[in-house]
Design a protein around this ligand. Structure first.
Ligand code: ARG
Length: 481
């Protein structure tokens, strides 16, 4: 196979080791359907502009579609380098763009050899990748909705259940389980907003920017952009061929998603320990030990946490890759794809398992309830009770601290102290104080917006129920091909 990009300027073929070192076909074959789609749009525009006859265009379109179908079959058969006999791929042709063009030329001769009119691989790669990233964003977004639904549905499953909430991983205050689940809905919603915002900048067409300066050929960039459902074109051709902001932004947003999943995974790993005993993870999402028969290990959660490391690493790779690159296209940019592919694959795989684990787990309600009295979760409510009765916050804080000390010495709850214990520290305290003590009463005493107050949580649950009911349901399990 001779490369369409090797012109008469060369008298010898490239050294084989250079082919092996510079190839990208081993990973960018994943762009094939986007390359076919963009090439058809480009050819349609060339036809409008008089470079192709209607007849030629039909041949080019049909041939490109047939090449696409062959590549699809080849990829599903998966040789070390996908291809096999169906659509042989090799490093003599650097990338997927050249493979498709070569196949078109082999098939159609001159009509194929015209396709690259007014286009360069620099704008082509950028457009194909933008199309791919757009699909990836849509796929991840659908997976985020599925996970939000799983958290929101747990609010009904565990309605009324009270959990101890932590700061510094020390017992802090009581919260409703629903309040806890909705915290994740909020985090994932911000991830979705970031994805949507990032998508606006991804969704711009670079085709027609050619190598970097544009082209002297009479092309219609807007038409190509419309055909490919972009929101418009990238304005500056030098910017277009050098810009990888869209890749970095996407990688960052996906890294935050991975961080959120990692936090959740860490929490539920702890919750599933005998020491916490808060949750039973679904057995089909756990693994066993090769030596200890009793083990039920949360490997999926551990790997969700662990794989976050490589997602962070990919972001670091991308940031370092573009640092100090002069404008415009430099071959370094080819390295953007393995990093983002891996990030999308990894985050998508984590999301795929997160939703069924959230839905399939069971809270160990009895064990949670039996220990809610530990840790003086009602201490802050007691302090606020005293503030509401006119005590300055610092004094109330100090006084409750002394009462907690006393309760700890006696090994009892704040609610088990005598009224006289309270009055010894402040003689104005009455029997009424017992109305804010104990976890249930402490929960009921909350009032502020966004708090764990039962009515407030109910309002939030309704909000999420309605919001998620309006989101389209998707069966998509994975983000991209
Ligand atoms: N395989 C290259 C990439 O993915 C294609 C762009 C080549 N452009 C060039 N001027 N060599 O970035």
């Amino acid at each position: 196979m001779t490369s369409p990009s090797r012109s008469g300027v060369f008298s010898k073929a490239t050294d084989r080791r250079v082919d092996a070192f510079t190839e990208s076909i081993s990973f960018d074959h994943r762009l094939y359907s986007h390359d076919i789609r963009a090439s058809i749009a480009h050819a349609r525009m060339l036809t409008e502009q008089g470079f192709y006859s209607a007849d030629e265009f039909e041949q080019v379109e049909a041939a490109l579609q047939e090449i696409g179908a062959r590549i699809e079959r080849a990829i599903s058969s998966h040789d070390p380098l996908p291809g096999g006999d169906e659509f042989p791929m090799g490093i003599e042709l650097e990338d997927i763009h050249m493979h498709i063009e070569r196949a078109l030329i082999d098939r159609l001769g001159d009509a194929g050899a015209k396709l690259h009119t007014g286009r360069s691989r620099n704008d082509q790669v950028a457009t194909d990748f933008r199309l791919w990233v757009r699909d990836a964003i849509d796929g991840i977004d659908a997976q985020l909705v599925t996970l939000q639904r799983a958290f929101a549905e747990r609010c009904d499953t565990d309605a009324g259940v009270v959990l101890p909430a932590y700061t510094h991983l020390q017992r802090a205050q009581p919260v409703l389980a629903a309040h806890y689940y909705l915290a994740y809905c909020e985090k994932l919603q911000r991830d979705r907003e970031r994805l949507a915002d990032c998508r606006r900048r991804v969704n711009r067409c670079t085709l027609g920017c050619a190598a970097l300066a544009g082209t002297t050929i009479a092309i219609d960039r807007d038409m190509v952009a419309r055909e490919l459902e972009f929101d418009g074109v990238v304005r500056n051709s030098i910017d277009a061929s050098s810009d990888r902001d869209f890749v970095l932004e996407t990688a960052f947003v996906l890294t935050l998603i991975a961080e959120h999943l990692s936090t959740w995974a860490e929490e539920w790993i702890l919750w599933a320990t005998t020491e916490f005993n808060f949750i039973r993870l679904p057995g089909e999402f756990c693994t066993g030990s090769s030596i200890m028969p009793q083990k039920i290990n949360p490997d999926v959660l551990e790997l969700t946490r662990g794989k976050t490391a490589r997602v962070i690493g990919n972001l670091q790779t991308l940031l370092t890759l573009v640092k100090g690159l002069p404008l415009a296209y430099n071959r370094d940019l080819q390295e953007d794809k393995p990093a983002l592919f891996d990030t999308v694959d990894t985050v998508s795989a984590c999301l795929q398992l997160a939703a069924p684990i959230v839905s399939g787990s069971e809270l160990n309600r009895t064990s949670i309830a039996a220990r809610l009295d530990r840790g003086h979760l009602d201490a802050t409510t007691l302090m606020e009770y005293l503030i509401k009765r006119g005590k300055p916050q610092r004094h109330a804080h100090h006084l409750v601290g002394s009462l907690v000390g006393l309760a700890m010495d006696r090994g009892v709850r704040l609610a088990d102290l005598e009224l006289s214990d309270y009055q010894e520290l402040d003689e104005t305290i009455t029997e009424e104080v017992f109305e804010c003590l104990g976890v249930e009463k402490a929960i009921a005493a909350f009032t502020s917006y966004g708090s764990t107050a039962p009515r407030e949580v109910e309002r939030q649950v309704t909000h999420w129920r309605e919001r998620l009911a309006n989101e389209p349901t998707s069966n998509a399990d994975e983000a991209t091909p």
